[in-house]
Design a protein. Structure first.
Length: 270
């Protein structure tokens, strides 16, 4: 095992319908990775974002030791595996199961509009490669995390099921971030961590991030202000306790590269 864990095995303490704990062994060439990650035997995986060495800061220095954690929007699993390394007792990763959970902005002439079936095949291929990336690292790290695949607007788990819920840079990709955030809040017993791009405004508002003139990615939807998040969290029964904005390295992305400002918000259930 890559790191020494002093916590119980996930399956000994909690269970949920539909949890995936095993996956066929895959080759690295069959994988896509969202984050850079260091694996045993000196193997380095390169992804679009490099958060290595900054995980405690990235989650707002929330103490995950001995806690149950849900990682929403896990992609290839970096946050999950890092929270295990930081001593989380149980980590469940969550991500979309297939193309039915994905909605692009219906840009005129895009594949999403003119050939939805072809688009769906491409999305499912991408999601499978990302899942492969997760389980490739999972196997090599000796991870005990389990994964739940499904609908972010209706996650199949009981209320207040996890001590901590982390929502990491997924809301910007959603047509309805408010419903997704309410689901995350429903599942958090104590702490909700939101990590997302925001924009400066004293008002509780949101803006459409995509711009027709820029011909940007059709999977980028909304940005909300910190006051918007604060108000929504109060509606959901939480109090914002910490807000920090730091720059993180986007290594190589189709639409972004370099230092990108990301805001971490930590809220506690009232």
């Amino acid at each position: 095992m890559f790191w020494k864990r002093k916590t119980q095995h996930f399956a000994e303490t909690i269970d949920l319908p539909g949890l995936v704990r095993t996956w066929p062994d895959v080759k690295r060439d069959d994988c896509t990775f969202y984050h850079c990650i260091d694996l045993p035997a000196g193997e380095e995986v390169r992804g679009q974002w490099d958060l290595r060495g900054r995980m405690p800061e990235y989650i707002g220095h929330v103490d995950v030791w001995g806690k149950t954690v849900l990682d929403i929007g896990c992609a290839s699993g970096f946050l999950t595996f890092e929270m295990e390394r930081l001593g989380a007792a149980q980590v469940v990763s969550f991500d979309a199961d297939d193309h039915r959970r994905i909605a692009n902005i219906p840009v005129a002439g895009s594949e999403y509009v003119v050939d939805r079936k072809k688009w769906a095949v491409g999305v499912d291929t991408f999601l499978t490669r990302m899942k492969n990336g997760y389980w490739y690292s999972h196997r090599r790290l000796g991870s005990q995390a389990a994964c739940l695949y499904g609908d972010i607007y209706a996650i199949e788990a009981p209320d207040k099921c996890f001590d901590i819920v982390v929502v990491g840079q997924i809301l910007i990709h959603l047509r309805d971030p408010i419903t997704a955030l309410s689901e995350a809040a429903r599942l958090a017993k104590d702490t909700l961590v939101i990590i997302e791009g925001t924009y400066d405004s004293p008002e509780p508002t949101g803006i459409l991030h995509a711009r027709a003139a820029l011909q940007g990615p059709p999977y980028i939807w909304w940005l909300m202000s910190v006051p918007a998040y604060r108000n929504l969290l109060e509606m959901f029964g939480f109090r914002m306790e910490k807000v920090q904005t730091k720059s993180y390295t986007c290594v190589d992305h189709e639409y972004a590269k370099g230092k990108i400002k990301i805001t971490t918000m930590v809220a506690k259930r009232v």
